[in-house]
Design a protein around this ligand. Structure first.
Ligand SMILES: O=P(O)(O)OC[C@H]1O[C@H](O[C@H]2O[C@H](CO)[C@@H](O)[C@H](O)[C@H]2O)[C@H](O)[C@@H](O)[C@@H]1O
Length: 275
């Protein structure tokens, strides 16, 4: 996503959602179709956090998940491998979700804890970034944007300084990316905020901006997003064979589109539309 003019921040979140709904079948309304497609397949569940497992609220630090939702996810994870893929830092999303039977991918998939298994597919380069947590431990950390950490920390400090005087602006450290929230900023200050963010970014050519729900996200320009994280997880789970596996991805924001575009996910969506 790209800003057109200085008013990119004025973009209406609900317009995006309506467009996405037209393009993708609604899971609840097409439940029977989904079950037909799922028959005989190994289902793997991928969930976004904000706006999916928790409601969108004004204060990002208070986006709590309900106990009911937590119980539902815990139950789902008993039957299907389940992963939470979020723009948040992995620690933060884990703190909110509080479940031990799910996989976590934070920073839009740039920070994954996954079971240690040999990678089978074309994600060859990915294994170079995988760090075993412990010899006895069966989990590995996958962090393809590690080298950007010092620059991200620097940017975070600069953004806090520059936006200090903009009422309602909030900078969130998501470890391998940074969020600039403007949900509580007055509309007349949107363009000032956007300019300030862009002025910081000018000195960091290896980063780019993306726009979510009342949030600007600053991300390292590497070829890695929620879609790659989904593929990585499927692969490490030994489940990247598309004829046997049904990946179910639930998400509400623009960055979730990267996961919807993954071939195996897109094919499943398409097969549901033809039933
Ligand atoms: O990938 P996600 O888990 O959906 O994370 C995307 C961003 O979500 C959070 O911001 C959004 O939710 C906040 C709480 O409801 C809301 O105040 C904000 O306006 C939304 O954009 C999170 O705080 C961001 O860091 C994530 O990038």
């Amino acid at each position: 996503m790209r800003s057109g003019s200085t008013s990119a921040l004025m973009r209406d979140d609900s317009m995006y959602s309506r467009g996405a709904l037209l393009e993708h079948p609604c899971a609840l309304r097409t439940f029977d179709r989904m079950m037909k497609v799922a028959k005989g397949k190994r289902m793997v569940v991928f969930l976004d956090y904000d706006g999916t497992l928790s409601p969108i609220v004004d204060d990002p630090d208070r986006a709590f998940m309900s106990d009911e939702m937590r119980a539902a996810v815990r139950e789902v994870a008993k039957y299907f491998p389940t992963a939470i893929i979020s723009g948040r830092s992995r620690d933060k999303v884990k703190e909110f979700v509080e479940l031990s039977n799910v996989y976590y991918a934070g920073s839009h998939g740039m920070d994954i804890i996954a079971p240690a298994r040999p990678l089978k597919s074309s994600l060859n380069d990915a294994k170079n970034h995988a760090i075993p947590l412990d010899k006895k431990d069966s989990d590995v950390l996958f962090q393809p944007a590690q080298r950007f950490l010092p620059a991200i920390q620097e940017m975070f400090t600069k953004l806090e300084e520059k936006t200090r005087n903009i009422q309602g602006a909030k900078i969130e450290d998501n470890r391998f990316c940074v969020s600039v929230h403007f949900r509580r900023v007055r509309e007349e200050d949107y363009s000032i905020l956007e300019e300030k963010v862009k002025s910081v970014l000018e000195n960091y050519s290896e980063f780019h901006l993306t726009w979510g729900k009342k949030v600007i996200e600053i991300r390292p320009s590497i070829e890695w997003n929620k879609g790659h994280a989904l593929e990585y997880l499927l692969d490490t789970l030994g489940l990247s064979n598309s004829s046997e596996v049904l990946p179910l991805y639930i998400g509400d924001d623009r960055t979730d589109e990267d996961a919807f575009k993954v071939k195996i996910v897109a094919e499943c969506l398409e097969s549901m539309s033809y039933l």
